[in-house]
Design a protein around this ligand. Structure first.
Ligand code: ATP
Length: 235
């Protein structure tokens, strides 16, 4: 469905991505793991059109995306829930959600989508009139994911949804990501929390200093001794 082929990307002289190959099949949860600075966010930026690669191809359903603007990529159904949440703190929860639907042409179905999203995140329904800035960290993360869902993504891009959250909230959010995927949305999950991410993903890529150093089925990666040492705190 989405393919990155031999991608090289730079920030000025900084070579952020080196010959990256990533393949996301329809219906899967794919995770990209790696430490700070490994190139995870840069990979998402290449997919969403914010960082144009010097080399390589981006293909979505066999169509080349290299020349597409970020707006065009969103309109094709590739929607990111950004790191750090970036919700609108001075709008209500529901206004934030409606803002997520701004690119949709089927305006009549937006109320239905709100109900669908509230089914995934009942807490947001309870708080729908509240200013988003007054939500807890976990609720703000839920709102960011919910707002991305309002755009009806074909692929949902999640940048470190577990960042800064208590383990119990992370578990809840990851369960919801799994449920969203079961209902048919393909997910690309960027994470530092390797264990949780691999537990819900079908396939994983490990990035180090801008390169894919390992990839495989999540079940295999979870028992891989190198990964255990580097990312899962094992021996
Ligand atoms: P993090 O978890 O910290 O976001 P990451 O794996 O997402 O890390 P990237 O943000 O993709 O890593 O960064 C990859 C490399 O590119 C790093 O060396 C980083 O310093 C560099 N980099 C990222 N953004 C910029 C920028 N705007 N200008 C210059 N260099 C950048």
């Amino acid at each position: 469905m989405l393919k990155l082929q031999n991608i090289d990307a730079y920030y000025g002289f900084i070579h952020a991505l080196k010959n990256i190959n990533i393949n996301i099949k329809k219906g899967e949860i794919v995770t990209i793991l790696g430490a700070n600075g490994a190139g995870k966010t840069s990979t998402l930026k290449v997919i969403s059109g914010l960082l144009k690669p010097q080399k390589g191809k981006i293909k979505f359903n066999n169509k080349s995306f290299n020349k597409y603007t970020p707006e065009k990529i969103v309109s094709e159904g590739i929607i990111q829930s950004p790191e750090g949440r970036q919700i609108f703190p001075e709008l209500s929860v529901e206004e934030n959600l409606k803002a997520g639907a701004y690119t949709r042409k089927d305006r009549n179905n937006i109320e239905n989508s709100l109900e669908e999203v509230y089914n995934y995140f009942p807490i947001l329904k309870e708080r729908k009139k509240q200013y988003a800035g007054t939500l807890s960290g976990g609720e703000q993360q839920m709102l960011a994911i919910a707002r991305a869902l309002m755009a009806k993504p074909k692929i949902l891009l999640l940048d470190e949804p577990s960042l800064g959250l208590a383990p119990i909230i992370v578990k809840e959010i990851f369960q919801i990501i799994k449920d969203i995927n079961k209902e048919g949305t393909t997910v690309l999950l960027v994470e530092q929390n390797a264990y949780q991410a691999l537990s819900i993903a079908d396939y994983g890529y490990i990035l180090e200093t801008g390169k894919v150093v390992l990839e495989g089925n999540s079940k295999e990666l979870l028992v891989n001794t190198d990964i255990k040492k580097a990312y899962l705190g094992g021996n």
